[in-house]
Design a protein around this ligand. Structure first.
Ligand SMILES: *[C@@H]1O[C@H](CO)[C@@H](O)[C@H](O)[C@H]1NC(C)=O
Ligand SMILES: *[C@@H]1O[C@H](CO)[C@@H](O)[C@H](O)[C@H]1NC(C)=O
Ligand SMILES: *[C@@H]1O[C@H](CO)[C@@H](O)[C@H](O)[C@H]1NC(C)=O
Ligand SMILES: *[C@@H]1O[C@H](CO)[C@@H](O)[C@H](O)[C@H]1NC(C)=O
Ligand SMILES: *[C@@H]1O[C@H](CO)[C@@H](O)[C@H](O)[C@H]1NC(C)=O
Ligand SMILES: *[C@@H]1O[C@H](CO)[C@@H](O)[C@H](O)[C@H]1NC(C)=O
Ligand SMILES: *[C@@H]1O[C@H](CO)[C@@H](O)[C@H](O)[C@H]1NC(C)=O
Ligand SMILES: *[C@@H]1O[C@H](CO)[C@@H](O)[C@H](O)[C@H]1NC(C)=O
Length: 825
């Protein structure tokens, strides 16, 4: 969860306005979900779900703080066009709760973040010919069956991958679709109108941050070009966004606009063609207004094509002309849909015996892992390069744990492009990107969490690096830069490495000028994992000395372990990660600090006075955070049985925080104490309690797909260990799940023999893994599988039992690997 209550990032918004004359009220039905029932293939065929995109519900997590973006985008598209509403904290623009009114349809959003979006227009009557309007109330006035219950979402909105539609109380139907750098809007005036009007708003980015707006309109063609500077969503910088808007009548010749003018702070300024001279200071509505000719022969439907660029408005026009040359709404929509169907269809689940909601939850979660980062190739304002340019990493701290490991399974070519883009940024800026949006750097949350992302790529695809145009040397140099070279400002890039190298932890009481002295304990733990990921790459490259050096540095997590702290009132829970001064003395901090049971009610978000060591997690949560050496952690915590009771305590007392990433691995940690059944049950209880397909089906921010990818893994019965060859294993929610990998040209199937369904509450059931066979041969562990199964393609068969006490296996190598036991050698 990213909690910075600042808004953000949208460049351009588009509103509309219409004169409504008497007309028949259209019959309308309500629809709040796009999930249709899927087509099930036969179990003999590897294709179970013929159109995986049909199982996506885009409205999951669109109210109640999920901040999910439900609008139209291509996979990792730059343009994300969607409806904005006037709800507070509408970080992705939209809120499903129908009490909030629509304010416009804007082009740039992120998914599930602490940053916002854009809205457009609140129009006042100023001239008779420019009609009065307010906000656009959602829903036709007399649609029957509108849900009063906000949890059902707005019944007037519908969406599917690549497409969004709504019906407004002004009897205008709005439909949106997108290509990578352009959006196509269709405004259908359902009641006869003589004066269809549309407003283009250049300045409103949802956080009222624009400066230096420029807008020009062409009175003959109605083309609008312009742009403005905006504040970054979650960081100190600013960015410049540009647009280019053209109109076309659908089924009739639109002709020149009947009226036109600049739209300036709620005033139409008739027959002006620019706002440059009219602009004095910030106003949330600056742009253009048109009255067009209606269709003389039937329903008026007007298309608006909106190109976007971070370079110039000329480039925004070129993007729109190249990507949407003929305003073919259905063509653009079906191309987007086809791209989504192909991508999501690479993961196939057998739905037989599975609650259809679980299938929808799976594909909706998988869908959200493909919104960010976004492909801005050709739109980098800072330098020219032929390499891909990806942005909207928001933030790597959120996504490195699970998102890229999922991408490795089914979308490695995209993963390679993202890595190339990251390396290119490192070569020009000195450090790998950490958090970004709309070309601006944002605040770092943990370590240099680009390290485990590029390391994850390299560990899994080094043999394909050349074919995927990833330069191993450039990749390694980028990791070394993060590990060895202190940046001018570690709040936006790189790490506080000088002191990390000298002390082996980030002390509480050292203030350096180049970054904030905060989150010292959580940064120590992140730096340790970052260095582990570098050691994994060094090993593959044959750099044995470096591999050893970074593996040793990754054990520095133990430097902030204070063995003498006892949990208040729990004499058997002893030892916690704690803040430490430069002289080695610990600064005692309550293990409940920042948790829901913190007696001081502190929070550990970025905007808090966070000088006490922890970020988005209590000491009791961070005391579990050592993904690469859990065996050593178990020793520090007093052995298996103490470790298990501590995990139980964390869940039973609600210290597990499903909304924040540092908790994501905790349900699976019983594996390391040889109790995989407990992991299976905990992870299933987490799904049952916190994740579902309703509009409030996320417990917190989606965090650019971090939560989506975590849920997808839990449902697949896997949990990834980034930058390693291993995946922790549980049982899938499906009798069978397959991953098609287009780069490896393999299919790997996990089949749960004797599958008997999933207990609704997550508790008990015939779901525990008793034994595993890979390609017909007994496999050593019930607790993890190796990447080999994916490179060669394999059938992984699980034998299930209802005995929760199953162990990982008989031999010591049945336990998942840990660094201190030589697990990664
Ligand atoms: C939406 O608009 C209607 C009609 O103007 C108004 O009654 C309602 O209060 C608005 N909703 C919000 C959340 O402002
Ligand atoms: C919106 O209006 C169109 C056209 O009248 C209608 O076909 C559609 O069912 C409506 N959608 C919803 C969700 O009410
Ligand atoms: C309206 O229909 C008439 C008769 O079919 C046709 O000649 C005319 O071009 C149409 N007008 C427009 C603006 O499409
Ligand atoms: C990129 O190249 C173009 C064309 O040569 C040039 O106009 C532009 O200034 C360059 N951009 C940057 C950021 O160097
Ligand atoms: C923990 O307590 C032991 C025994 O009193 C002591 O020797 C050790 O120095 C303490 N460690 C820390 C980090 O305070
Ligand atoms: C020591 O920890 C307390 C919280 O337990 C915190 O308020 C204080 O700022 C810390 N002192 C330093 C110097 O970091
Ligand atoms: C869906 O999940 C949310 C958020 O975790 C929860 O509040 C809600 O009760 C769940 N709804 C259902 C129907 O299970
Ligand atoms: C992928 O594998 C299939 C089946 O093994 C084979 O027929 C095909 O030629 C392979 N394609 C590539 C690009 O290697």
């Amino acid at each position: 969860m990213l909690l910075l209550q600042r808004a953000v990032a949208l460049g351009v918004a588009l509103g509309y306005n219409a004169w409504v004359l008497g007309a028949e009220t259209p019959a309308s039905t309500s629809a709040s979900s796009s999930a249709a029932s899927g087509a099930f293939g036969s179990s003999a065929s590897p294709v179970f779900i013929k159109d995986a995109a049909s199982r996506v519900n885009l409205f999951v997590g669109t109210t109640n703080g999920g901040h999910v973006f439900p609008g139209a985008t291509l996979p990792h598209g730059m343009v994300k066009v969607g409806m904005d509403t006037d709800s507070p904290g509408n970080h992705a623009g939209y809120d499903a709760n129908p009490i909030y009114n629509a304010t416009g349809f804007s082009q740039l959003h992120d998914d599930g973040t602490g940053g916002v979006s854009c809205s457009a227009l609140v129009v006042q009557t100023l001239a008779l010919r420019f009609m009065r309007s307010g906000k656009y109330i959602r829903g036709m006035p007399d649609v029957s069956g509108r849900a009063e219950d906000a949890t059902q979402g707005s019944p007037d909105d519908a969406a599917e991958p690549g497409y969004f539609s709504t019906n407004l109380s002004t009897d205008i139907r709005v439909e949106l679709t997108a290509t990578r750098r352009a959006a196509l809007h269709r405004y259908t005036f359902l009641k006869a109108t003589k004066t269809p009007r549309i407003v283009v708003d250049i300045t409103n980015d949802g956080q009222m941050s624009s400066t230096d707006p420029v807008m020009d309109l062409d009175p003959e063609t109605a083309r609008v070009t312009g742009g403005a500077h905006f504040e970054a969503s979650f960081g100190p910088g600013r960015y410049h966004a540009f647009t280019c808007v053209d109109f076309k009548g659908e089924g009739y010749e639109l002709g020149p606009p009947k009226e036109y003018g600049a739209w300036l702070a709620d005033f139409p300024v008739e027959q002006t063609v620019t706002i440059t001279q009219l602009y004095t200071s910030f106003t949330d509505q600056l742009g253009a207004m048109f009255t067009f000719a209606p269709n003389p022969n039937g329903t008026t439907s007007i298309l608006a094509r909106v190109g976007v660029s971070f370079i110039s408005s000329e480039q925004a026009c070129a993007n729109a002309e190249a990507e949407i040359p003929d305003f073919d709404f259905e063509g653009v929509r079906s191309a987007a849909r086809a791209e989504w169907s192909e991508l999501l269809g690479r993961v196939q689940v057998n739905p037989s015996g599975v609650d259809p909601e679980i299938v929808d939850l799976f594909y909706s979660s998988l869908y959200r892992t493909h919104i960010s980062p976004a492909d801005y190739t050709g739109e980098n304002p800072r330098w020219n390069s032929t390499e891909p340019y990806y942005d909207s990493f928001y933030c790597n701290w959120d996504t490195y744990r699970t998102l890229y490991s999922l991408m490795a399974l089914h979308d490695p070519a995209r993963f390679a492009q993202i890595v190339r883009g990251m390396l290119n940024i490192q070569q020009h800026e000195g450090w790998l990107p950490e958090c970004r949006g709309a070309t601006a750097k944002h605040y770092i949350q943990g370590g240099s969490n680009g390290d485990p992302i590029v390391a994850e790529f390299f560990v899994k695809f080094h043999e394909h690096a050349q074919e995927l145009s990833v330069d191993p040397n450039a990749l390694y140099q980028a990791l070394l830069a993060d590990a060895e070279s202190q940046p001018p400002n570690w709040d936006v890039q790189g790490r506080q490495v000088n002191i990390w190298k000298s002390l082996g932890y980030i002390p509480s009481d050292v203030w350096e000028r180049s970054g904030t002295n905060s989150k010292q304990v959580s940064r120590t733990l992140e730096y340790a994992f970052d260095d582990f990921s570098i050691s994994q790459v060094a090993k593959i490259l044959g750099r044995t000395g470096d591999a050893k050096k970074y593996a040793q540095r990754s054990e520095n997590f133990a430097n902030v372990w204070n063995p003498n702290i006892t949990f208040p009132g729990q004499t058997d829970i002893v030892g916690f990660m704690q803040p430490r001064f430069a002289n080695g003395v610990f600064n005692l901090t309550d293990p409940r600090h920042c948790s829901i049971h913190d007696p001081l009610h502190s929070t550990c978000f970025l905007n808090a006075q966070n000088h006490d060591g922890f970020y988005e997690g209590a000491p009791i949560v961070y005391s579990q955070y050592v993904p690469h050496d859990t065996t050593r952690l178990i020793k520090l915590q007093g052995g298996n049985s103490k470790f298990i009771s501590r995990l139980n305590f964390i869940f039973d007392q609600d210290y597990f925080d499903s909304t924040d990433e540092p908790s994501q691995q905790i349900p699976f940690m019983y594996h390391y104490a040889n109790r995989p059944g407990l992991s299976t049950q905990r992870s299933r209880q987490v799904i049952a309690e916190f994740y579902n397909t309703s509009v409030n089906g996320l417990p917190g921010n989606d965090d650019s797909g971090a939560m989506g990818s975590y849920v997808a893994f839990y449902l697949a019965g896997l949990y990834p260990l980034p930058a390693t060859q291993q995946f922790l294993l549980s049982s899938p929610y499906f009798p069978e799940i397959s991953f098609v990998n287009p780069v490896l040209n393999t299919t790997t199937t996990i089949r749960a023999n004797g599958f008997r369904g999933n207990p609704k509450s997550g508790t008990g059931g015939h779901v525990f893994v008793k034994s595993v066979k890979i390609n017909g041969k007994a496999w050593k562990s019930n607790c993890f599988i190796e990447w080999d199964a994916f490179t060669s393609g394999a059938l992984i068969e699980l034998e299930l039992t209802d005995d929760i006490n199953v162990p990982c296996g008989a031999s010591t190598d049945a336990l998942p690997p840990s660094l201190s036991t030589g697990g990664y050698d």
